[in-house]
Design a protein around this ligand. Sequence first.
Ligand code: PLP
Length: 449
Amino acid sequence: MHLIKDNSIVVTKTQFTAEEFIQKKIELLKDEVEPFFAVDLEDVCNKHIRWLTSMPRVTPHYAVKCNDDTNIIKLLAYLGAGFDCASKGEMKKVMDLGVSADRIIYANPCKQSSYIRYAQEVGVEVMTFDNEQELMKIKQVYPNAKLVLRIVTDDSNAVCRFSMKFGADLKTAFKLVEKAQEINMEVIGVSFHCGSGQMTSKAFVDAIQNARTLMSYGIKLGFDMNLLDIGGGYPGNLGTEDYFAEIAAAVNKALDEHFPDDGNIRIIAEPGRYYVASSYTLATNVIASREMVDAETGNSKYMYYINDGVYGSFNCVLYDHYVPTPSLFAKNDSNEKHTTSIWGPTCDGLDCINQSIELPKLAIGDWIYWKNMGAYTISAAVQFNGLPYGKPIYFMSKQFWDTVKAAFQTVPRKYQVETSATRVNSSDCSYEIEDDMLPWIPEDFAEDT
Ligand code: PLP
């Protein structure tokens, strides 16, 4: 029997949904019940294609902080995306995978000096700033850096807000450009972030207009300002496609109005959750349960303990204001529902994933899966209490990958990764692993057992 190991990339003969893939993997498990992610690489490719067709003037620079999974970085690099890095660690990770420095923006307005020096050493020239102290620090450490001035936005309609921490208002921004001119630092553009999980396209439109005002001022002062960075905050969950289309339409209109294509302006964005949120589905196992009978009503409430929690993949509950929704396989999905809470595996009372939800009765050993678990999950997870969190297994159909490869053949390749994996024959299940189809396939992948 063929076992699919963690971190495998599985190329399937036919197309699978995440649910089908999880079910297949579970069938192949014996006693092992560790949590795992089914990572739909087709979904990541489709997101990229949708981005390119929806906002053709905007080059995405994937925000690595959102999910720094090596295979996601490799795939997006292969497809021609750039990268937004927040630290030395992220720059190193992306560059170690073969991405050249000119595809990276160091998009953290407040940086430690040694990381700025590192950016200089490895040739990452473009970085953001939003205050005078940062400007002076960069001047001292990396006087030839190319600066992008981050402006504040109205992020009051965003789920995760940043404007209390980052971004200069326009009046301050004017002064910063003047200061940069005085100390001979090069400001090449303007950036903003409308907040993660932004609920209104107007925030993007207003920010583009403000960026125009600032850029016109900088150009008047003599700067060659030609980079506009429209940040992150684009929705990525299943079912948000229409809202993404609405934002894209509003952004395109605002860009055409304020930044008509004159052959000089370069527009980039820093999407994170857009790319990965929907591609990760987490499979967890019920490891314990308790029934609590209400003394007054006699009704039962159920508590289920699963093997991943808020210190692991579900840290998004604490840090990303996320409310995960459990999904059950058909065999569990009965009509009789009970008030239920779902808890993580650690000894901490804070480790609660759902406080109250109506679910059918579950048994120890049942699987629960969770959609939209790719953004701000594994990148901030820890093994508190010595407990592991979900490990990814990637899947994509051969036919889809062949189509994508053909479509992206013309993307300029500054990025090459040797393929050294061997073919695995797994005719006893419907999977086939074909290393030679994936130029970025990792070396450790499924083996016959
Ligand atoms: N760019 C910067 C500077 C950020 O701080 C973030 C998120 O924290 C992002 C991009 C990505 O945002 P999102 O995942 O909402 O697209």
